[in-house]
Design a protein around this ligand. Sequence first.
Ligand code: PGA
Length: 258
Amino acid sequence: MEIIVNDNVEEMGRAAARVVARTLNCKPNAVLGLATGSTPLTLYQELVRLHNEEGLDFSQVTTFNLDEYVGLTRKDAQSYHYFMHENLFKHINIATQNIYIPSGTTDNYEAFCKWYEQRIVECGGIDLQILGIGSDGHIAFNEPSSSLGSRTRIKTLARQTIEDNARFFDSAEAVPVYAITMGVGTILEARQIMLLANGRNKAKAVAEAIEGPVTSMITASALQLHSDVLYVIDRESARELKMLDYYEWVQTKMPDAP
Ligand code: PGA
């Protein structure tokens, strides 16, 4: 586990983009797991800049998104299909056939979820999974009490998540109640995981995820079971970490490590 604490979200986006770029430099046909929400926006902006100004190449990259609202079409401005297209895909040279996002409008969710899991495996598994974290400690839409072995499936969103996400909709009533989401078990199979968090309202969830017990009540805490997790977070969201001094000390000592 490694933690990089940044002074602001722009710096956070640059630090996270360096990790993605390093992955693509080592493996140009890498499989990336992608997240939506406000947290990864500066990362996506920086990836677009690296593509335009430094030739970061996505032509062989495959992506799998974490989740999608049930009932929203890909043209709906609140759908995660739309979000990904607007904030990343339309600005880079990724091949359309290499983009996978759960469908919010399939007529057979069970079959779709099975197929999605199977496609991840057929594409070689996820090399780098990007995650945000909910104020209730969720990763993807794995709400508190989700099985830590869960796979891609339909979830009923928690009231807290609906309230948190209401800012993107006209009202809380307009937020879909169901989502299709990768499971905690699916996420844990990624080779490397990078969780991003910023803002004071994430501080409790971040501390519980990193330093609390592993529990389905904070699904991000399951990342403690993974051997290669990087947290790229800002100072506000790091405020409740008891071992913050140590994590920063580790970063300063990193260049001299044997
Ligand atoms: P946010 O969402 O980036 O919009 O805060 C994160 C999440 O709920 O996982």
